[in-house]
Design a protein around this ligand. Structure first.
Ligand SMILES: Nc1ncnc2c1ncn2[C@@H]1O[C@H](COP(=O)(O)OP(=O)(O)O)[C@@H](O)[C@H]1O
Ligand SMILES: CC(=O)OP(=O)(O)O
Ligand SMILES: [Mg+2]
Length: 401
């Protein structure tokens, strides 16, 4: 049975070792099922599927993304909803790096797959998994259009002064060395919600969105357009993240090569997988860092301070870039769930007239204003919804929006 009321998009976010999915109504954002296949290619994997009948967990070894996609299909067949009963209008894929070629969601063709593959060196943690997700979904859902929604797309509006690195001409022109930015789907969704929460037209609002998840980035949004963002050529630049350091002195690779013989490969691995919270504390997980900090651990306390200090750099810098700041939004795992991080950032901005509403911040659950009515800047918690954003963009691309 296919009716206009059962139109759905299957949203796939394939990472290097995980496959997240959601069956979404592109019009309302309502999701009928969510799932996560974790530890793909590792000894002990896990598949979790949540739908109206509850949460179903299987512990098993998942050798590759092809097997993960089979598990996805099996989970729908076994626990529902039955994919044969819905009109699957598209599979929407989160693709992290789209380079300068993609400023819009795009129907996936062999040329698009080639372009995503060529960009692997710029997003080695992300694009390979995204590609596997696409290739497997194309085989599994052969008669459903596949759409790529790029993390980089929203930031294509950045002005040249924000996207340009001051490096030799040949690097910029021949090797496409520039700032691209990521998490654009989240920044687009959250900045739009911020304008709605303020009750003002998006064209009039200047905001800073702090997407603080495993990867983290800040974006300055002026009138609904990204005008600056903290990630750059790759998702390594900017804020302190779970395993990535954010901003560093560009002289570091040479220094490490000289004093410790560290190769480009070792350097790259350390920056992608061993730095950030993990490098500072031994844990990449902010919840654990917060627990240790509360228990008096000095490394955890320092890590927290470093995270907050870097956030302040970006908030202050972007307020200056925007010329005026109407709103600040916290989103993703840490932004949505850590009142301590939010309070630490906002209380340090008191000298600029920002007034934290402590009670609202402490009890924030879902979309919440966490500053007082008299605050110079309105700060919000806005749960991100990349899946809905991907679903509605994918539906639009296939003409079902
Ligand atoms: N209550 C909490 N307090 C602090 N950090 C939290 C809390 N809940 C989740 N987090 C953190 O959010 C991060 C994961 O964010 P998330 O957006 O889920 O990541 P991903 O990028 O994998 O989607 C982790 O560092 C996790 O510890
Ligand atoms: C681009 C990026 O860092 O994504 P994630 O936060 O999913 O790692
Ligand atoms: Mg994320």
């Amino acid at each position: 049975m296919t009716t206009a009321h059962t139109r759905r998009v299957l949203v796939v976010n394939a990472g290097s070792s995980s496959l997240k999915y959601q069956l979404v109504d592109p019009d309302t954002g309502r999701s009928d099922a969510t799932g996560l296949v974790e530890r793909i290619g590792l000894p002990a994997g896990r598949a979790r599927h949540t739908c109206s009948s509850g949460t179903h967990v299987h512990e098993l070894t998942v050798p590759d993304h092809a097997r993960a996609m089979e598990l996805l299909r099996d989970a729908f067949a076994e626990h529902g909803p039955d994919l044969a009963e819905v009109e699957l209008v598209a599979v929407g894929h989160r693709v992290v790096h789209g380079g300068a070629d993609f400023s819009e969601p795009t129907l996936i063709t062999p040329a698009v797959v080639d372009a995503v593959r060529r960009l692997i060196p710029l997003a080695p943690l992300h694009n390979p998994g995204n590609l596997e997700g696409i290739e497997v979904a194309q085989r599994t859902f052969a008669d459903v259009p596949q759409v790529a929604v790029f993390d980089t797309a929203f930031h294509q509006t950045m002005p040249a002064e924000a996207s340009t690195y001051a490096v030799p001409r040949a690097w910029r022109l021949q090797h496409r060395v520039r700032r691209y930015g990521f998490h654009g789907t989240s920044h687009a969704y959250v900045s739009r919600r911020v304008a709605e929460l303020l009750g003002r037209p998006v064209e009039e609002v200047r905001s800073v969105v702090l997407h603080l998840g495993n990867g983290a980035s800040a974006t300055a949004v002026d009138g609904g357009r990204s005008v600056d963002t903290s990630m750059g050529l790759t998702p390594l630049e900017g804020l302190v993240m779970g395993t990535r350091p954010g901003d560093l002195d560009p002289g570091l690779p040479r220094h490490l090569a000289e004093v410790a013989g560290i190769s480009v490969e070792d350097y790259d691995r350390a920056l992608s997988k061993e730095s950030g919270l993990l490098g500072l504390t031994g844990s990449a997980d902010m919840r654990e860092v917060m627990e240790r900090r509360e228990a008096g651990d000095a490394d955890a306390a320092l890590a927290f301070d470093v995270v907050v200090h870097r956030l302040l750099h970006y908030v202050g810098g972007y307020a200056a870039v925007l010329g005026r700041l109407d709103a600040l939004a916290f989103t993703a795992g840490i932004g949505e769930h850590s009142p301590e991080i939010r309070a630490a950032v906002l209380s340090r901005l008191a000298g600029f007239g920002v007034e934290l509403d402590e009670a609202a911040n402490a009890s924030a659950d879902g979309e919440t204003l966490i500053t007082t009515p008299g605050s110079s800047v309105a700060a919000f918690v806005v749960p991100t919804n990349e899946e809905w954003e991907i679903a509605s963009q994918a539906a639009e691309v296939v003409g079902a929006g």
